[in-house]
Write a protein that binds this ligand. Structure first.
Ligand code: FNR
Length: 185
């Protein structure tokens, strides 16, 4: 069954490695036939609870995207041993007003890359904590702490020979998780 997946990249950097990884993930064989839509979290203002009764247009757009999706793919760098503030800001926007979270029940995958050896492990662990609170069933295994290197992706932006098998296995597991959680007829 074709799935609709919202992709949330935790970096706004123009040449973001994580955005490149996210693009490569959507081109894997295991992603074929499914639709991936990237959220524009850079358009979000800083979350302010005063605005809950009239959320900013960018927050409404994020919530509409996630609400209409079968699952959410988070691809994030690590900033100072946690998730970047822009990602947490997006999550907070989507979680409010109270009782109207777009995240609840949506299956999630967490993956990320950085040039350093820890390879986003702490950021992912903090993100998992937040997703658990938000009631998002999250892929536990395989974990994917991807150390960025120039040979991770091919020239055309797809996964290279060195990374394709591992990344495709991860994507297969994520798609399986989302399928399990798609509401039945
Ligand atoms: C980093 N970086 C980083 N890397 C890491 O492995 N652990 C960390 O805690 C941090 N902390 C950190 C803080 C800040 C403010 C910046 C700007 C960077 C390095 C980071 O992994 C690297 O810049 C990546 O390239 C960021 O991901 P994108 O933007 O390429 O997707």
């Amino acid at each position: 069954m074709p799935l609709k997946i919202a992709v949330v990249v935790g970096s706004l950097r123009a040449e973001s490695f994580n955005r490149k990884l996210a693009g490569a993930l959507t081109r894997l064989p295991a992603a074929s036939g499914h639709r991936f839509s990237f959220a524009d979290i850079g358009a979000l203002p800083l979350y302010n609870q005063d605005d809950d009764s009239d959320q900013p247009a960018a927050a409404k757009a994020l919530k509409a995207l996630v609400s209409s999706s079968d699952g959410v793919l988070f691809v994030t760098p690590e900033y100072n041993r946690s998730m970047p503030g822009v990602l947490k800001n997006a999550i907070d926007h989507g979680s409010r007003p109270y009782g109207e979270s777009c995240w609840a029940g949506k299956p999630a995958g967490v993956i990320g890359t950085s040039p350093g050896k820890p390879a986003t492990s702490m950021a992912q662990q903090h993100l998992r904590n937040v997703l658990a609170y938000l009631d998002m069933p999250t892929l536990g295994q395989p974990e994917a702490f991807v150390q960025w290197s120039d040979d991770l992706l091919a020239e055309d932006g797809s996964a290279s020979q060195a990374s394709a098998e591992f990344l495709n296995g991860w994507m297969e597991a994520f798609v399986d998780l989302v399928e399990v959680h798609v509401p039945g007829d």
